[in-house]
Design a protein around this ligand. Structure first.
Ligand code: HAM
Length: 425
């Protein structure tokens, strides 16, 4: 038997109703807030991710699916969507129409991480990116949107963690202070943090190794080194969240695993999946558009981990259960003639918008009724020899046990009106 690759999985039909429900809820909210959908390729030139996510990040160093195509060009399965959305914004000069663009995209990403519950090598994200707005209001609004999404999906108790990572003006100064602090604590740091010290000192702040956590307990925080612009920006974000009653915690250890961030960074954390993990993460990346050869345009966005979200929603039980896709009409033909009639009506009913199923096995009425029950059909139409001769088919409502006589002239129209009337009640 050929099985899926490690870390890759099927989303089976029993789960897709929930996935579609989450996707629909997210698109609705995002569209209400002015976002439009964009669809981007699954593969890009490796250089795009290396340059935007950062050469010394775990993603670029260890986790990308990168290979040479037949011509020898290095291509990569996207580990995230932000870089591609920025590439698209710049490539299609979207800024020349209007620098303000709000774009969302939903789809699979690929990272070669160690698989575990809530962590896969192919996983899905709901991404939202906003270009052209530097006002802190949009930072607060994105956190509010995440909050709204979680609320609508029936999740409570998930709080945003927020931090400010500073900007090119104040960050270098902070990094010098941090590096001096790390030098002092060098003997207590893990090997990875020793390497990070030189290449990416900020990343030491969220190291999970207990000895590092202890050594870094009173490490300097970006928040104490923000320039006036960054401080004002962060204070306004917090004030707006307070005004709108969005719960959050300021978390000075939150640094994010991608290098493009500046100013506001945020994550929504949960321990519902075993070890603490993020259901969503995002932040400002004001320099990325120009780094990818676009104009100087600020930007900010987030990504929700779809797989994790679906797992938590399933655990919590969604507020409005997603509709199940059981048949509205299940046709049970008994005999050759009935099979052909049933087949033609089944096609017409489905084309008329009624979810229809029929059985082709030619088995006994008893076993067909059992199947109708198993499929949770709301109505069955029994077509037997006698019923056809007497021109009196019966549409039976499986819940109320109501029986509707159906004439053989125009049975489809009659069934459609009975089923639709029921649905509208
Ligand atoms: P990220 O924090 O790397 O950010 O990923 C966002 C979310 O994707 C995570 O919070 C997590 O829920 C989910 N995720 C990440 N890796 C996995 C995995 N291996 N298995 C399952 N879920 C996973 C970004 O990707 C940024 N592009 C977000 C962003 C958008 N920032 C600005 N705009």
């Amino acid at each position: 038997m050929i099985q899926t690759i490690r870390g890759f999985r099927d989303i089976l039909p029993q789960d897709t109703a929930l996935w579609q429900y989450i996707e629909k809820t997210a698109s609705e909210i995002l569209e209400n807030f002015g976002f439009q959908e964009i669809r981007i390729p699954i593969m890009e030139k490796t250089e795009l991710f290396a340059r935007s996510i950062g050469e010394s990040t775990d993603i670029v160093e260890k986790e990308m699916y990168t290979f040479a195509d037949r011509k020898g060009d290095s291509i990569t399965l996207r580990p995230e969507a932000t870089a591609s959305v920025v590439r698209s914004y710049v490539q299609h000069k979207m800024h020349s129409q209007d620098p303000v663009q709000k774009l969302y995209t939903i789809g699979p990403m690929f990272r070669r991480e160690r698989p575990q519950k809530g962590r896969y090598r192919q996983f899905y994200q709901i991404n939202a990116e906003v270009f052209g707005i530097s006002a802190p209001h949009i930072d607060a609004q994105l956190i509010l949107i995440l909050n709204e999404l979680l609320k609508r999906l029936g999740l409570s108790g998930l709080k945003a963690h927020i931090n400010s990572l500073g900007c090119p003006e104040c960050r270098p100064h902070f990094q010098t202070t941090l590096t001096a602090f790390l030098e002092d604590k060098k003997d207590h740091l893990c090997e990875i943090c020793i390497k990070r010290m030189e290449r990416n000192p900020l990343r030491t702040l969220d190291c999970k190794v207990p000895s590092c956590r202890e050594a870094l307990e009173d490490a300097p925080s970006t928040l104490d080194h923000l320039c006036t612009g960054c401080l004002d920006h962060f204070n306004t974000v917090k004030r707006l969240l307070d005004v709108q009653n969005v719960e959050y915690a300021v978390d000075k250890t939150l640094v994010r695993g991608l290098d493009y961030y500046s100013r506001t960074a945020f994550e929504i954390l949960t321990d519902a999946l075993g070890a603490q993990s993020a259901v969503a993460g995002g932040g400002r990346y004001d320099a990325l558009v120009s780094e990818l050869h676009g104009p100087e345009i600020p930007a900010i966005g987030f990504a929700v981990g779809f797989d994790r979200l679906a797992e938590i929603v399933a655990q919590a039980g969604p507020k409005d259960a997603p509709p199940t896709l059981s048949p509205e009409v299940f046709i049970l033909p008994l005999g050759e003639d009935a099979l052909e009639h049933g087949y033609l009506w089944a096609c017409e009913l489905a084309a008329a918008g009624i979810r229809t199923e029929m059985d082709f096995s030619g088995r006994s009425l008893k076993s067909l009724m059992k199947r109708a029950d198993r499929l949770n059909a709301s109505h069955v139409l029994i077509i037997g020899q006698r019923e056809m001769e007497e021109n009196s088919l019966v549409l039976r409502n499986m819940k109320t046990r109501e029986q509707h006589p159906i004439s053989m002239d125009n049975p489809v129209g009659r069934i459609v009106s009975i089923v639709q009337k029921k649905l509208n009640q």
